[in-house]
Each structure stands twice: as structure tokens, then as C-alpha cells.
Design a protein around this ligand. Structure first.
Ligand SMILES: *Cc1c(COP(=O)(O)O)cnc(C)c1O
Length: 400
């Protein structure tokens, strides 16, 4: 069966160039980067080249970026690290209701440790209101953590404006840029960002490696204690092959970004407009304009997201309902609830996220299959039948 992968927000396949760049670092160049002989020097050199590629894609200095095990660790490090290092200044953190669990659960943990956290609401389009942010700030606020782009609905927050507010009030600003990094330009200077989290496996790199930008002079507690790796911020022998893969993925992202933004957003826009035309009673979740180039998230009335995903899977189409972390649980997505969606609509969501290998043919095939599936499931839905009673003019076969 031909499979169509439309879950690039969950993870991406490793790019062949990335894989090829990594290979020698498992076998030929296996040295511990902390050693001073040939093998160690080769590893060290490769790590520093990757660091340069990563820093360049952020507009940061090489001395300001460290490698971590991924987005989750970077979020934990940034938020806990800043909280513990600055607790003599204050104990208040501001974040949003839309954040990834890596941020939300870290904040929940810190609440148990005595910190106070404000979870800002968002509008129906998923966008934060800057006035809400300003009025949440107190003289005890030490950190603002707002994601650059949401993983479920793709909404882009006004990061530069948030950064400006934080800078003016002398509050540190962290952003989870896992979804934005590599797909849209990010500049830590222009955006007034102090800390920024990224992950390699969302940008065609390997899993288990990521990065954290920490602006020079930021007060932060180290995450791992031990050896002197990563300027003593993150001890432990470096994952050299992973770091090399991450660096290569950054280079490729920088090289292809402009043309991929155009190509993918065109496919997305066409798919959204065709979908809304073809299937009645479908709602696009999140702002249409302030949106990642590759994200389509819709709620389909009368049916469950889970059953749409299972039916799509039977046709070889991989999509997701909410985020990968919440699918499988019966709780509706916290992101969709934050938009104020009804219980029914937040249960009826499907996320399609496009990527490097998505073609027009794929999207046409998905549209066709998806509308058949929706049709079929609606005919089986008791909700649909009861609502449509009386409207139906068929011969009775619809059951209405
Ligand atoms: C995937 C993701 C993470 C977690 O990154 P991992 O490398 O998988 O730990 C964090 N935040 C966002 C927005 C994500 O999409």
C-alpha cells in the first residue's frame, strides 16, 4: 500500500544527507570529544561545526548555544534553570494555556516548588493578547515562556512583540520554538529572545538531540551536573553522531527554507480551501494567517477525531488527532479547549501536517479519501442522524 505521511509535526524522517553525515561518527570517528588525541579532536571539531550551523540559523553566537537531548529537555532546562537561579528576585512565571506539555508540566512542577504561574488565555484564533500579558506582569515576574508556534494548530505568536515587552520590564523571555525553527526564519536578536528551545527530529534530524539558546549573561542553573561538557551547563559525554546530524539538518533547513515555505504553504492553502468547499460543517482551528506553512487542523462536526484517524490509517494515510501525546487518551486537547471549542468539536479534530516529501498528488488523494471517510462516519453517527432528521430527502437508506 502506498502510504502518505502527514504528521510532520510529530516527527520527520531523517534526511538522507543527514544520515550520511552521521554514519562515520558511529564507527570511524568514535572518539570521546573530551580526549586530546586524534579521535577526540575529530569529534570535538565535528561538534563545533554543528554548533556553528545551529547558532547561525538563530542569529546567535556559538558560545550561546548548547546541545541537549531534545525539545523536552531544553524546555525543562530553560524554565527550571531560570526559576531556580532567579528565585531571590521573584517567584512568578508567565506562560500560556496553549503550551506544549514539556512547558506546562514543568510549570506545574514549579508550582509545587512554591513558584506562582499565570497561564494566559488565548482568543478563538489561538492568538495571545499582548494587553493580557502586560497586565499579568508583576514585580515578582522572573520569566515569560511563550511558544513561537503551536504544535497542534500551528498558530504563530507575536514573539518579537512579547520579547520587546519582556526586555522593557527586564524579565527573561523563553520561547519553545521547536515547531518554528527550521520552517520559518528565527532571529534571537530581532525577536528579543533570551532562551529558545529546539529539537532535531522535527527538522529532518535524528531523535534524542536538540538545542537550547541561552543569551550571554543569563542567570541559569545547570541541568546536568558532572563533567565539563557544554560549558558545564549540561554534563555528559556528547552524542556526537546526533549532534552532527542536527548540524546537518540546520544547514539543509537554512538552504531550503525559502523555497519550502512557498511550496508547502501553497499546498496547505489549496487543501484548506478545497476541504472547506468539499465537506460541509468543517471548521479550521487556529488563525488562517498567523500559521505555520505546513499546518492544517480541522474539526469535523458529528464525528470523533480518533475514528477519522483510524479510518485514514486503513487507507495508508498518517495524520493525528490533537497532539501525539494526547491521542490515545480520552481527554480532549487542552489547546482546542483553550480556543473555546465545544466538547464535541474538540473531540472531532484532525491535524494534517505537511513536509518535505508531500506532493500535490498526495494532497489530492487525501482530500478524496478524507471526504469519503467523513461521509461514511457521519452516516453512522447517531448525532448526525438526529440533527439531520427531517432535512433528508433520500429514500430512507440514510436512516434519517
Ligand atoms: C515535539 C515538541 C517538543 C518536544 O520535543 P522532543 O525533542 O520530542 O522532546 C516540545 N515542544 C514542541 C512545540 C514540540 O512540537
Amino acid at each position: 500500500m502506498k502510504r502518505i505521511y502527514l504528521d510532520y509535526a510529530a516527527t520527520t524522517p531523517v534526511h538522507t544527507e543527514v544520515f550520511r553525515a552521521m554514519e562515520p561518527y558511529f564507527t570511524k570517528y568514535f572518539g570521546n570529544a573530551s580526549t586530546i588525541y586524534y579521535y577526540g579532536r575529530e569529534s570535538k571539531k565535528a561538534i563545533e561545526e554543528a554548533r556553528e550551523a545551529f547558532a547561525r540559523l538563530l542569529g546567535a553566537d556559538q558560545s550561546e548555544v548548547i546541545f541537549t537531548s531534545g525539545g523536552t529537555e531544553s524546555d525543562n532546562h530553560a524554565i527550571k534553570g531560570v526559576a531556580y537561579a532567579n528565585k531571590n528576585k521573584g517567584n512568578h512565571i508567565i506562560t500560556s494555556k496553549l503550551e506544549h506539555h514539556a512547558v506546562l508540566e514543568t510549570c506545574h512542577f514549579l508550582e509545587k516548588e512554591g513558584f506562582k504561574v499565570t497561564y494566559l488565555p488565548v482568543g478563538a484564533d489561538g492568538l495571545l493578547n499582548l494587553e493580557d500579558l502586560k497586565s499579568a506582569i508583576t514585580d515578582k515576574t522572573i520569566l515569560i515562556s511563550i511558544m513561537a508556534a503551536n504544535n497542534e494548530i500551528g498558530v504563530l505568536q507575536p514573539v518579537a512583540e512579547i520579547g520587546e515587552i519582556a526586555r522593557e520590564k527586564k524579565i527573561l523571555f523563553h520561547t519553545d520554538a521547536v515547531q518554528m525553527f527550521g520552517s520559518l526564519p528565527v532571529d534571537v536578536e530581532k525577536m528579543n529572545i533570551d532562551l529558545l528551545s529546539v529539537s532535531a527530529h522535527k527538522i529532518y534530524g535524528p531523535k534524542g538531540i536538540g538545542g537550547l539558546f541561552i543569551r550571554k549573561g543569563t542567570k541559569i542553573v545547570s541541568y546536568m551536573h558532572g563533567g565539563e561538557q557544554e560549558k558545564r551547563r549540561r554534563a555528559g559525554t556528547e552524542n556526537v553522531a546526533g549532534i552532527v546530524g542536527f548540524g546537518k539538518a540546520c544547514e539543509i533547513a537554512a538552504r531550503d527554507m525559502e523555497k519550502e515555505i512557498k511550496r508547502i504553504s501553497r499546498l496547505r492553502d489549496l487543501f484548506i480551501s478545497d476541504l472547506l468547499k468539499k465537506i460541509p460543517e468543517v471548521k479550521l482551528n487556529g488563525s488562517l494567517v498567523k500559521r505555520l506553512p505546513n499546518n492544517v487542523n480541522v474539526s469535523v462536526k458529528y464525528i470523533e477525531g480518533e475514528s477519522m484517524i483510524l479510518n485514514l490509517d486503513m487507507e495508508g494515510i498518517c495524520a493525528s488527532s490533537g497532539s501525539a501525546c494526547t491521542s490515545g487518551s480520552l481527554e480532549p486537547s487542552h489547546v482546542l479547549r483553550a480556543l473555546g471549542l465545544s466538547h464535541e468539536l474538540s473531540h472531532g479534530s484532525v491535524r494534517f501536517t505537511l513536509g518535505k516529501y508531500t506532493t500535490k498528488e498526495d494532497m489530492d488523494a487525501v482530500l478524496l479519501k478524507f471526504s469519503e471517510i467523513v461521509d461514511r462516519l457521519r452516516k453512522l453517527s447517531p448525532l448526525y442522524k438526529s440533527e439531520k432528521k427531517g432535512e433528508c430527502n433520500c429514500d430512507g437508506t440514510c436512516g434519517g
